[in-house]
Write a new protein. Structure first.
Length: 123
């Protein structure tokens, strides 16, 4: 049997690592990584999962749902039972909401302040 891989980190390109880390820190409660700086910021969950944000010059935000600039990946977050409440909180934190919403009452697609699409869903 081949060894299984354990996901330990996810890193997103962005124009402003500190700002994007602040958005996700408020949204998730992950702890800021002590070695974050202007070019790379990170957040760590209690179990060790790390989300990193790296500065990329000439960053172009994904253009979901069209693929003029592909999304390349998206994150999914379970938010409890009330999608409306979670969506409202994330919008207050600076998330965007694309017009296309195919998930109905099962999930919503939002975008972080750097334009990366992410989904919220009930548990």
């Amino acid at each position: 049997m081949s060894p299984q891989m354990e996901l330990v980190a996810i890193t997103l390109d962005c124009p402003d690592p500190a700002a994007l880390a602040a958005f996700y820190q408020q949204a998730t409660g992950f702890e800021p990584h002590p070695k974050s700086d202007a070019d790379f910021a990170g957040l760590t969950r209690a179990d060790g999962l790390f989300i990193g944000f790296q500065r990329v010059e000439d960053y172009r935000a994904p253009s979901w749902p069209d693929q003029v600039v592909p999304q390349q990946l998206h994150l999914c977050f379970a938010v409890g039972e009330d999608l409306d409440e979670a969506e409202a909180r994330l919008l207050e934190l600076g998330a965007g909401k694309p017009d296309l919403q195919a998930g109905g009452d099962k999930w919503r697609v939002l975008t972080d302040p750097a334009g990366h699409p992410f989904c919220i869903t009930t548990r």
